[in-house]
Design a protein around this ligand. Structure first.
Ligand SMILES: C[S@@+](CC[C@H](N)C(=O)[O-])C[C@H]1O[C@@H](n2cnc3c(N)ncnc32)[C@H](O)[C@@H]1O
Length: 299
């Protein structure tokens, strides 16, 4: 919270954007701790937005929920009637609710078998993970597994997927796990994570075009911040952190922002003990300069 809205700074009333509403934990914290603030909350997942209605009722006139991808931040702000903002927060990835819902196809485990959908927004008409597994060439699958999953066995897994797909009309999580397991080298050393983890992650990022959407959204956000306003990004994946690091450095070079964090902040051992998911989290923040140069209209 202190990263997004440092104590004693900023005008009142302030407007914040929670670009990744999820279960609403961050939005709730802003609304509770900053009584002058309102929040425009976005999520690509219609279920997250529907669940948020109860929170909006607790804070009348202060929480505005939008079912939209954060790549369309401009349209969301226009429909909320806001031109400039005092802060924006991204807490990337999936919520525990999405991971826990077997029907979404994001997770896998011995007991689970679900259609491989993986769209953040199942109403979007985009291709599902199953569609992409059926349609992409072996080379494209291999490239995606490497780029989004840092998967060492990308070639063997891509080959195993292509080999199986003639027999499959529609992929399920169990079939994908079986393809990944069949591509593991014999006698491989046991690792801390399940062998299919990186493949599932890569596929989810591919289906939702995560890196491009993040880049597009950051480019809009930095120009919408009012003087002194901040953008904070929490990422859990090296590819996402790389996008944030590069865009933030470019904004600093262009004089659009100053870096609040030169190196990403990592969680303390106590935070990791309380929330194991935070283990791989990296937080970066930037601030819009107090005095904007001519032609840099943020508001
Ligand atoms: C880690 S959860 C956020 C948790 C939230 N901060 C909380 O306190 O409950 C990430 C959320 O961001 C959403 N999301 C991910 N990428 C998105 C995008 N490009 N546009 C909008 N929402 C997105 C997901 O649907 C998910 O609900």
């Amino acid at each position: 919270m202190s990263m997004l809205a440092p104590a004693g700074e900023g005008r009142s009333p302030r407007v914040f954007v929670d670009a990744t509403f999820g279960a609403g934990g961050h939005t709730r914290a802003i609304l509770e701790r900053l009584p002058d603030a309102s929040v425009v909350a976005l999520d690509a997942d219609p279920e997250a937005i529907a669940r948020g209605r109860a929170l909006a009722e607790l804070y009348p006139g202060r929480l505005f929920l939008h079912h939209v991808n954060f790549a369309h931040l401009d349209a969301a702000l226009a429909s909320a009637g806001e031109s400039g903002i005092d802060g924006i927060l991204y807490d990337l990835g999936l919520s525990s609710l999405q991971l826990a819902d077997p029907q979404r196809g994001f997770s896998f485990g011995a007991a689970e078998d679900a259609p491989l959908d993986m769209r953040l927004d199942p109403t979007s008409g985009q291709a599902t993970a199953s569609d992409l597994l059926q349609r992409l060439s072996e080379a494209d699958l291999e490239a995606a597994l490497r780029t989004y999953g840092d998967e060492r066995h990308a070639r063997a897994i891509a080959r195993a997927i292509v080999k199986r797909r003639d027999r499959i009309r529609s992929w399920t999580s169990r079939e994908l796990v079986a393809a990944v397991m069949s591509a593991q080298p014999r006698g491989r050393r046991r690792s801390r994570i399940h062998p299919a983890t990186r493949t599932f992650q890569a596929l989810r990022m591919l289906v939702n075009d995560d890196l491009s959407n993040l880049e597009r959204s950051l480019d809009i956000a930095v120009r919408r911040l009012r003087p002194g306003g901040r953008a904070v990004v929490i990422s859990f994946h090296s590819g996402e952190d790389r996008v944030v690091k590069r865009r933030f450095a470019a904004f600093a070079r262009m004089g659009l922002a100053t870096l609040v964090t030169r190196k990403p902040l990592r969680p303390s051992p106590r935070e990791v003990a309380a929330n194991p998911r935070s283990r791989s989290a990296k937080l970066r923040a930037l601030a819009r300069p107090q005095a904007l140069q001519e032609g840099e209209d943020a508001v």
